[in-house]
Design a binder for this molecule. Structure first.
Ligand code: PEP
Ligand code: MG
Length: 538
């Protein structure tokens, strides 16, 4: 038996077989070759393998998300058959005597530049696709693997690191737990694992090799330990602990339908955070009073192109309808930093967390923003919808947003499309927003405090950096002061204030938050009943 310490993301226990995902970093360099025919043959083999992969992806997507969404893999396959593209790569290999990795990358970039310069929006969008197909061929040339799960039984995923878009693409019914060598507990991958109720460890002291693949293991999210090939005694202890956790969860279910009321009569709204349409099952199962944070950007991750208005509308409508009149707060696109999608064509940045992200993208690329707003407003006809905007730093931004919202509403009216009464709110997740909360409160109907980013920006600590985790302290007096100030300023203007960052689930602060007068806590579904129990004990 071997035991490795890690940082727990969720207090659960998983027992099963390990599935190792080895993602090698791309490491090719431009080299001169001696035999052009051999290099061209290498390129052709990789191209054919890429086509087989795309066939498989098409079939999987067809079954899971329907023909319209699956089409993109067919388009990619056709691009790989394009004679100009193939000749471009082969000529470069022959005339410059360079390796296939270089020839494919440079040819892809050239084609992409041509697509980008076209007037037609459809052709413009193909710029990202040609980079994508070239990346796929290079990946095969280098012998790298995707972070994909090919397994029939549910497994414990073991990987160096996983990005939110890789996690989102995995079949969640096949995951018992996730263990990574890198990653921080405040990253979006960790948040995703928490919202899926998957016990997980990050920052685990283990060197991952393929030898672990298929071995039996226990992930102990309570102690923060991964046991590989546990001995009989450890296994039996952990099985008992796992049963106890399940028993406790059963007991908590007795609180379903009960109020979130303290002994002295204070009530508070307990809402759920979610990112995928399927998460609504857990939201309903755990009796959340509403959805306090729908991280809509997850709809944009793990795909090849922007979700259309229709696709987004279908997703929002399903969530809103299933919530049957309970409030659904949809946060507009918060892409950027660790949440990336190639087709946005975002430049690499020195400081992505301080970079071109969230509302900054929406306000400068209004066509993306408007498509999303139209979809949300259309869905609002089917229940109770509120919208909140991320990363706000000024009153001017809100005025601009309101202008765009008004344009969308006018368009919908002209088209005779109905929509509901939609509350507009903002996230308070920058020190600027907290400090200006007195003025911002005059502009919106609610505040939702994003303590994950508020901590990061107040303390100047990158939430992604695992080395800084000992310093990342959401209990820091400066953070708590900004929270209290925001609540007071919100209440002065008569608007409600909630917290949707991970701190909301920290029950050592529940009483403090109630004392501050907080109106709502929005947490991963798995924490709802635990918090209800806590509130009822106060
Ligand atoms: C936050 O920053 O606290 C928040 C809720 O948003 P996210 O974690 O998605 O950045
Ligand atoms: Mg945030």
């Amino acid at each position: 038996m071997k035991a490795y310490r890690g940082k727990s993301v969720l207090h659960g226990i998983a027992i099963g077989k390990l599935y190792v995902i080895e993602k090698k970093e791309s490491s090719w360099t431009k080299t001169t070759i001696a035999d052009a025919d051999r290099e061209i043959a290498r390129f052709q083999r990789a191209r054919e393998e890429a086509q087989t992969e795309l066939d498989e992806l098409y079939q999987e997507a067809l079954e899971q998300v329907g023909e319209e969404n699956a089409m993109i893999f067919d388009v990619h396959k056709m691009m790989l058959e394009d004679l100009d593209y193939i000749e471009g790569v082969e000529n470069r290999i022959r005339t410059e005597m360079v390796n296939a990795e270089y020839a494919v990358t440079v040819t892809g970039e050239e084609f992409s530049a041509v697509f980008s310069s076209m007037d037609d929006e459809y052709m413009k969008a193909r710029a990202a696709d040609v980079i994508d197909i070239s990346g796929r061929v290079v990946k095969i040339l280098e012998g790298r693997e995707d972070a994909e799960l090919h397994t029939k039984e549910a497994v414990i995923v073991l990987a160096d690191d996983l990005s939110p878009s890789e996690t989102i693409q995995m079949d969640k019914s096949k995951i018992l737990a996730i263990v990574t060598k890198h990653g921080s507990a405040n990253s979006h991958t960790a948040i995703l694992a928490r919202s899926l109720n998957i016990p997980s460890l990050v920052n685990t002291e283990i060197d991952i090799t393929k030898d672990y693949h298929g071995k039996g293991a226990v992930v102990d999210g309570v102690e923060g330990v991964l046991y590989i090939e546990p001995d009989a005694q450890t296994l039996s202890v952990k099985e008992k602990e796992q049963a106890k956790i399940q028993e406790n969860a059963e007991k908590l279910r007795l609180l379903i339908g009960k109020e979130n009321r303290t002994k002295d009569g204070r009530t508070i709204n307990l809402y759920a955070n979610m990112g995928n349409v399927e998460d609504v099952d857990k939201v309903l199962l755990n009796d959340a009073g509403g959805i306090g944070l729908f991280r809509s950007e997850f709809l944009y991750l793990g795909r090849e192109d922007f979700p259309t208005e229709e696709e987004q509308f279908t997703a929002y409508k399903e969530v809103v309808s299933r919530m049957e009149g309970k409030k659904v707060i949809i946060r507009t696109l918060d892409i950027g930093a660790d949440k990336k999608a190639d087709y946005f064509g975002l430049d690499a940045e020195e400081n992505p967390a301080l970079g071109y992200r969230a509302i900054r993208i929406c306000l400068t690329r209004p066509e993306i923003f408007k498509t999303q707003l139209r979809a949300i407003y259309r869905a609002s006809a089917f229940g109770t919808v509120a919208i909140m905007f991320p990363m706000i730093i000024s009153v001017e931004e809100i005025r601009k947003i309101k202008g765009i919202v008004e344009e969308v509403r006018t368009e919908l009216q002209k088209e005779d499309i109905s929509y509901g009464d939609v509350e507009l709110g903002i996230m308070i997740e920058t020190p600027a927003a907290a400090l200006l909360s007195d003025e911002l409160a005059k502009e919106v109907s609610f505040f939702s405090i994003g303590t994950n980013d508020l901590t990061q920006y107040t303390l100047a600590i990158d939430r992604q950096n695992q080395k800084l985790e000992p310093f990342y302290d959401s209990h820091h007096p400066a953070v708590l002061k900004l929270i209290e100030m925001t609540i007071q300023n919100g209440h002065k203007e008569g608007i409600w204030v909630g917290i949707c960052g991970e701190l909301a689930a920290d029950d050592t602060l529940t009483e403090t938050f109630l004392d501050m007068g907080l109106d709502e806590l929005s947490v991963s579904p798995v924490y709802i009943l635990q918090l209800r129990e806590k509130i009822r004990s106060l």
